[in-house]
Write a protein that binds this ligand. Structure first.
Ligand code: B12
Ligand code: SF4
Ligand code: SF4
Length: 374
């Protein structure tokens, strides 16, 4: 059996949903796109994308002996249950199960070990998913796993776009896979539905406007003008994928690890989140899931915004407690904002009581203005 066929069989045996191979050469054109993208400021505050000499398009900087990149597709899709109501916040589908970084790191190691065992020799390799600054989508496209959609994600038939990309960079010389052709045609549904207009016509996303960035990567206050647009999304956002015709009639994942029963699930109780009092309590609750990324501060901030957007009835005691007692300025600011949305008299009394103290500790002009009338 040739090595490409062997690798494909091992990948499917381990549960990967598709596999493709490309050469480990620098991606000059993609690198130009990437540099232009970040020069526009679209990378926001994501430090790992702002390094001076980016390695994103250069696999040999990760493994100097690299000859090939094996890209692997992992379907994570599960159908979300219907909206349980205003007291809940929505989690993006990729995050409803266990932490994919950990699950996939282990799987890729098994993949590498199995290849070594079968070919009977050691080879040099590095494997990961979403944990190094590499243009994973461009390598996946070149490996034949799919094509770029206007929402900037890779689309595959029959998996749509709800999948993780992993790769094994190695010094193995392997026959490459053909690229898949595919296009969005005249469709612009993802761009039209995006509540914050984060997508442009050039296959680019301004991360600073994307709800996924605002709720996960951003560690600061969410800009006031974007808060209402976040709607029910407490962690991530799937709107541009939900509307995409390529995501109709796709299969749910076979990976137990990514099913909602294994992790936080599609809907979080806002009351439960807003009751978390310490970093330890937060860690104990979410440590096996991707929800730890924004830390307690970020997740409570998001839950407050969603509570304000949905006027969640059962969280007023938690919001009031946080307004009075929470030392984290980011959480307290979003809690006051949420309370200011409630028509309830008690809520606006609390805002006016704490707005002055809060403004004394704040330097953000827009925020000072918001509370000046309380
Ligand atoms: C930073 C990042 C984000 C940022 C910025 C996203 C972005 N689109 O740039 C934020 C936090 C917003 C984000 C959100 C999400 N992310 Co993210 N993210 C990343 C990360 C770490 C880097 C991406 C990156 O380098 N962006 C910089 C831009 C410039 O690079 P690019 O998008 O590849 O841009 C290329 C194209 O624009 C292309 N190009 C340029 N011009 C043109 C013109 C044409 C015609 C064409 C065809 C192409 C093209 O060239 C560029 C260079 O390669 C990757 C993991 C990784 N290491 O790659 C995951 C990754 C992209 N994310 C992923 C996921 C799942 C998500 C979310 C769905 C999570 C969620 N539900 O909340 C959302 C989706 C939002 C969206 N619509 O993209 C998956 C995507 C899998 C897939 N099917 O494509 C990845 C690959 C992680 C993984 N290993 O599985 N993410
Ligand atoms: S994930 Fe949400 S906010 Fe980000 S581009 Fe897609 S629709 Fe817009
Ligand atoms: S919604 Fe339409 S434009 Fe957007 S990625 Fe899907 S097919 Fe392309």
């Amino acid at each position: 059996m040739d090595i490409k066929q062997l690798i494909t069989e091992i990948a499917f045996d381990l549960g990967f949903d598709a596999v493709g191979i490309t050469v480990a050469d620098d991606l000059e054109k993609s690198n130009e796109h990437f540099i232009r993208w970040r020069e526009k400021g679209f990378a926001g505050d994501m430090k790992y994308l702002l390094r001076e000499n980016p390695i994103n398009a250069k696999p040999k900087q990760i493994l100097p002996e690299a000859k090939s990149v094996i890209s692997l597709l992992v379907n994570y899709y599960t159908e979300p249950p219907s909206d349980p109501g205003a007291n809940y916040g929505r989690v993006a589908a990729y995050a409803v199960g266990l932490d994919y970084h950990k699950v996939l790191r282990k799987k890729i190691r098994q993949f590498q070990e199995k290849i070594e065992k079968n070919i009977g020799k050691h080879f040099l390799s590095r494997g990961f998913s979403d944990s190094v600054p590499l243009l994973e989508k461009s390598f996946a496209r070149n490996s034949g796993l799919g094509f770029f959609g206007k929402h900037t994600l890779i689309i595959n038939k029959p998996f749509g776009s709800y999948f993780f990309i992993c790769e094994l960079i190695s010094d193995l010389e392997i026959e490459t896979t053909h690229e898949i052709s595919g296009t969005c045609g005249q469709c612009t549904r993802c761009k039209d539905i995006c509540p914050t207009s984060a997508l442009d016509n050039e296959y680019q996303l301004d991360a600073r406007l994307c709800i996924s960035y605002l709720t996960i990567e951003n560690k600061e206050n969410i800009p006031l003008e974007l808060r209402e647009k976040i709607g029910p999304w407490v962690f991530g956002c799937d709107l541009c994928q939900m509307i995409c015709p390529y995501n109709k009639e796709i299969k749910s994942t076979n990976w137990e690890e990514f099913k909602p029963e294994s992790g936080a699930s599609h809907w979080l109780s806002l009351k439960e989140i807003l009751s978390i009092k310490s970093e330890k309590e937060f860690h104990d609750k979410f440590c096996h899931t991707p929800l730890t990324r924004p830390k307690r501060s970020g997740l409570l901030r998001n839950a407050a915004v969603v509570a304000g957007n949905r006027l969640a009835e059962n969280v007023l005691p938690e919001l009031i407690w946080l307004a009075e007692n929470e030392p984290d300025l980011v959480i307290r600011e979003h809690v006051l904002w949420a309370l200011s949305k409630y028509p309830d008299r008690k809520a606006s009394q609390i805002v006016s009581k704490f707005a002055t103290r809060h403004c004394e500790e704040q330097s953000d002009e827009a925020i000072l203005l918001t509370y000046s009338h309380f």
